[in-house]
Design a protein around this ligand. Sequence first.
Ligand code: AMP
Length: 284
Amino acid sequence: MKIIDNIGEIRSLADNVRKRGLLIGFVPTMGALHDGHISLVRAAKKQCGFVVVSVFVNPAQFGPNEDFNSYPRTLENDCKICRAAGVDAVFTPAARQMYPQEQMIWVEPEGLSDCLCGRSRPGHFRGVATVCAKLFNIIQPDIAFFGQKDAQQALIIRRMVDDLNMPLKIEVCPTIRENDGLAMSSRNRYLTAEQRKFAPLLYAALQECELLIAQGIRDAAFLIEQMKAMIEQCPLFAVEYIEIVDAGTLKKADNISGKVLVALAARLGQARLIDNIILDIEKM
Ligand code: AMP
C-alpha cells in the first residue's frame, strides 16, 4: 500500500493505474477510521480494481467555534486499518498541499445546504463541496463512495457531480452502527463513558418514529415531538434539530409522504452527533 502526501505523486500513480485499465474507487475521509469507513472501502473493492482512501481533516469545512483543532488525528493507525482492508493507496496531504494559496474560487451549493446541518454550520457544505471537487480533480476516480450517515453531504455531492458534469459516479452506502445502534463516528471518541451509555437514544428515537409511521401516523410535527421527548429524557442531550424532509429535495411537509429523510443532530458533551433514516412511506 502506498502512502502519499503529495498531489503530483498521487496524480501520476492514478494515471498509471488508469493506463493499466483498472477502475479507481475513491473513499474520502477525515481519518480516525472505523468500520463505517471500512464498509466504504469494501464497497469500493467490490467494484474497482484500485482503491484510494484520502485522510484529510479539511480546515475549510470547520466553523471558527468547531472542533478542527481537537479532531482526532490517528494517521498511523488509519494506515494500518487501510492496509488490512486491502486499500491500494492512502492520500494524506497537508493543508498547505490542498490550499497552497488563498482559495478564491469555491464550489458553493445554493440549494440543499440551508437546512438541517447547513443551518447551524454556515459555510460547512461549501467547504465539503470544494474539497471533494479538488480531490476528484486530483485523483479522477471512476466511483467515489460516501456514507448515508452524512445524508445531506451525500445529496449535495451527488448534485455537484450532476450539475458540474463531473465524470464520476457517486455511490452512497448504508450507515454502519455499533451493536447498540449508535452510528459509528470519529466524534464518538469525544464521549465520556457516562455519555456513551445514553448515545444510542438517538437511533432509538429514529426507530420509534419508524414504528409510529408504520402504525399510520403521518403528522410530521407530532412525530418530531415524540422523538424530541424521547431524546430529552436524558438531560445530557441538547437537541440541535429533528426534521422529517423529502429525501430528494430536503423540503419539509406537514403530512409526510413518498420517500422521507428523518434526520437529527444533537450535542452530547463535547460531541455533536448526527443520525438519520430514510423511509419509503408508501411501502410501509
Ligand atoms: P468522515 O471521516 O466522518 O468525514 O467520513 C468519511 C466518509 O465515511 C463519509 O462519506 C461518511 O458519510 C462515511 N461514514 C462515516 N461514518 C459512517 C458510518 N457509521 N457508516 C457508513 N459511512 C460512514
